[in-house]
Design a protein around this ligand. Sequence first.
Ligand SMILES: [Ca+2]
Length: 408
Amino acid sequence: MRLLPAFFASLLVLLVPAHADPSIDAGFRSFLQTEIWPEAEARGVSRTVFDRAFQGVAPNLELPDLQLPGASETVEQINFQAEFKNGSDYLSKRALGTTVRTGRELLARHAALLERIEERYGVPAPIIIAIWGRESAFGNAAIPHNAFEVLGTKAWLSRRKQMFRTELLAALEIAENGDRPVNVMRSSWAGALGQPQFMPSKFLQYAVDFDGDGKRDIWNSVPDTLASIANYLKEHGWQTGRDWGFEAEIPMSVSCTTEGPDQGRPISTFVTDGVSRVSGRPFPDREIGETGHVMMPAGRMGPMFLATPNFYVLKAYNNSDLYALFVGHAADRMLGSGTFSTGWKEPDSLTRGDVAKLQSKLVALGHDVGGVDGLAGFKTRRSIGKVEREFGLAETCWPSRRLVEALD
Ligand SMILES: [Ca+2]
């Protein structure tokens, strides 16, 4: 029976939301007043908008990546136990199927609007629609949080305070501009706004009013949402009239270590070196003299591509090869293309921790892996290829048990 009081006490702790702690609340209010308000005021935010933004807002201590007051220093959390994966789940038939099916319907429904957007920004409609699908399920995904709760908490307690402070100030500016009433500005848990999932600073730079009501409403307006996505890509250098890339047969004589946005050369020279499209069709005439890049999201252990610079513009939206590939491929499929010709080979059974350890060893050997994170981005992939060559192994540019053992 002696245990009971302790049990009830712990239950009480669970029932009382963490933010009900008056010292936490007072700390948050004081942070807003002394640190955020002066900067907001300097940017032209009125006291009325500022007060309304934080009315009834308490810090949300459930958000990830927070460093709570008094807690010891935390480091970035990588789940080292997680299974190391290739792109087969991310680009699964199911994930693509939904995006492609609904995407086709929406292409038809918004055809006239998309034509005007394409004319203005030079970005193909299926690319815009695929991003819309990926970011917010075409506006159907719930956008669960109050942006000021998320950004305020993160500016105060996150490991990346400075970044979120900038974003919080940008969100206040959006409210001051009147694009969105301050009490209904919704974001993801990471602070990304509306249907295109723009961080507030990106909103200020790239969101546009396309339906002409004077407000940039990426929460409710389809024209504003789609045109904002197109404008973002245009401003990041989308090359009108060019494709994003092509699935390709790439012979071993074109090394997987030549992958990457910094190793482009004319597509015609790849053709001379034996690279061809998997469809058996030639590369389009308009592409042949232009720059292409080897892109192998699973090294030689999956489908391979000749990407155009537009692929890297898609990565400017979300810095992941698989994201950009999903968008480009879904867009192609909306226009009637088939699935990839080459499947994803099952990777060796490795954890993200194994891959992180492998990356550390590559770094020790003087190679650039683009950050030890247990993921195989293009810098890690091509460094693996170089080390495989040094060790007399076949070049795969993909983490393997064999390479892990060779480096042990
Ligand atoms: Ca508008």
